[in-house]
Design a protein around this ligand. Structure first.
Ligand SMILES: Nc1nc2c(ncn2[C@@H]2O[C@H](COP(=O)(O)OP(=O)(O)OP(=O)(O)O)[C@@H](O)[C@H]2O)c(=O)[nH]1
Ligand SMILES: [Mg+2]
Length: 220
């Protein structure tokens, strides 16, 4: 894996949700030696100066990503990016699971860099080289553009693997306050630039036990 080439980028990794299709917390599922969450955080560490893990369950994940994991990681010496946990809060008393858009907004409040790499925790095929090639595009993005994302074959934005401007929060806050919870609906209102993608399999995400089997086969 290449070492980090870029400064001035934050990453947000989302680790919440119900994992209802998986039937168990998918962040903790191992593909090979490490869990999905560990793998995604490691990729994020190679791209960004700081990695925020946004989750309602810090206690659950801290042992995986805290000192013990860092000292056990063979990549640690070439990679000094710190992981910071952001405690996610319900928006109201009856808010049980608000979904990734609200988690992202709660993480973005803490970001200090102009651009953030947002990643779901269920992406086993991410490639550092591809993310790094995308982040070279950031300095030339039009000032009005709030995000750089891939499109999937249905024409929807792949919202949970791409780059967002910090000031997108100014647009996101009122959208959430008005009850918006869908990334697609929010992004439909905004200026988004499309990222080129030659290997769509890097966006494969593990939602079901069958997806995990497929990811494990590929990792062998
Ligand atoms: N922090 C946070 N992350 C979330 C939340 N909901 C979903 N995510 C994350 O968003 C990413 C994509 O979510 P999904 O693949 O739909 O996961 P999910 O909602 O747990 O799974 P399903 O219940 O099967 O839809 C994963 O990284 C989830 O951990 C949330 O409320 N808070
Ligand atoms: Mg998913």
């Amino acid at each position: 894996m290449q070492s980090k080439s870029n400064a001035n980028l934050s990453a947000i990794v989302l680790a919440g949700g119900q994992s209802s299709r998986m039937g168990q917390d998918k962040a903790l599922i191992a593909i090979g030696q490490r869990t999905l969450l560990q793998q995604v955080c490691e990729v994020a560490q190679h791209c960004a100066d700081v990695v925020y893990v946004v989750t309602p369950w810090i206690d659950r994940y801290q042992p995986l990503l805290g000192e013990s994991w860092e000292s056990a990681s063979s990549h640690r010496s070439e990679n000094s990016t710190k992981i910071r946990f952001i405690q996610e809060h319900p928006l109201s008393q009856d808010d049980i699971m608000h979904g990734p858009l609200v988690g992202f907004a709660q993480g973005l409040v803490h970001v200090e860099t102009e651009w953030t790499l947002l990643l779901a925790c269920d992406l086993p095929n991410l490639r550092v080289e591809v993310l790094q090639s995308w982040l070279m595009m950031l300095p030339n993005v039009d000032a009005q553009t709030i995000a750089l994302l891939c499109k999937n074959s249905n024409g929807w934005w792949e919202a949970l693997c791409g780059f967002y401007r910090r000031r997108s929060l100014e647009k996101l806050k009122p959208f959430i306050e008005q009850g918006g919870r869908s990334f697609q609906r929010w992004l439909d209102q905004e200026l988004v630039q499309e990222l080129p993608i030659s290997q769509p399999d890097i966006l494969f995400n593990c939602n079901t036990p069958a997806d995990v089997e497929q990811a494990r086969k590929l990792a062998r």
